[in-house]
Design a protein around this ligand. Structure first.
Ligand code: 5GP
Length: 215
């Protein structure tokens, strides 16, 4: 019954941000959440980095040249953008605005710099989740197992992990990704609870009037 009510009441879309050091399981958790819930879609970032073998242009990222990226920066076309690991990454503003106007939720896989920029621009609609690995050794093991990046890249990502982790306290929720099923359940619970927040359910006033029969 609760679900039926939640579906019928008009609500504002929310922006769910996931950040973590590389290798903490953020991409896997994003994919699981997107597969499980049809009402949230991924904000496909633009990047100047080279695609990995498993990545599809337009699905994982929009892969662009530095010139194309800078052109959109000049046009003020990004909601946020940052330099991460020597490459540029940014969130194109137009698709996010469209989703929010339609009352749909958007998932962001972005770093702490982008999260800070979004916090300035869209604070009320933002839900920030930070994913921590269970240990440093496990983080390194996962980065190596990914086998998509060279040893040099893995070493640089490990070296940067502490910098990313140092921003954990700027987030609303922290998930320690020790067990993927558990972490997925926790992430889904956060999304469900945030959707039910009173201020996001913009249709509540008329709904309650219908129940009570009073204006
Ligand atoms: P990767 O190269 O492993 O896909 O991503 C490297 C880092 O850049 C990750 O922490 C990821 O969350 C972050 N990132 C990806 N897209 C964006 C974006 O649009 N904006 C910002 N600020 N960071 C991003």
């Amino acid at each position: 019954m609760t679900n039926i009510i939640a579906k019928n009441i008009k609500r504002r879309g929310l922006l769910l941000v996931l950040s973590s050091p590389s290798g903490a399981g953020k991409s896997t958790l994003s994919k699981l959440l997107l597969a499980k819930d049809q009402n949230i879609s991924l904000s496909v970032s633009m990047t100047t980095r080279i695609p990995r073998s498993s990545e599809v242009d337009g699905v994982d990222y929009n892969f662009v040249s530095k010139d194309e990226f800078e052109h959109l920066v000049k046009q003020d076309g990004f909601l946020e953008h940052a330099k991460v690991f020597d490459h540029y990454y940014g969130t194109p503003a137009a698709p996010v605005k469209k989703a929010m106007d339609e009352g749909r939720d958007v998932l962001f896989d972005i770093d702490w710099q982008g999260t800070q920029q979004l916090s300035q621009k869209v604070a009320n609609d933002l839900v920030r989740v930070f994913i921590l690995p269970p240990s440093k050794d496990e983080l390194e093991r996962r980065l190596k197992n990914r086998a998509q990046d060279s040893d040099d890249v893995v070493a640089r990502r490990m070296a940067k992990a502490n910098g990313e982790i140092s921003h954990w306290a700027e987030y609303d929720y922290i998930i320690v990704n020790d067990d993927l099923d558990k972490a997925e359940g926790e992430l889904f619970s956060i999304l469900q609870a945030e959707r039910l927040k009173r201020e996001r359910q913009t249709g509540l006033v008329s709904f309650v009037h219908e129940i009570t029969g009073e204006e």
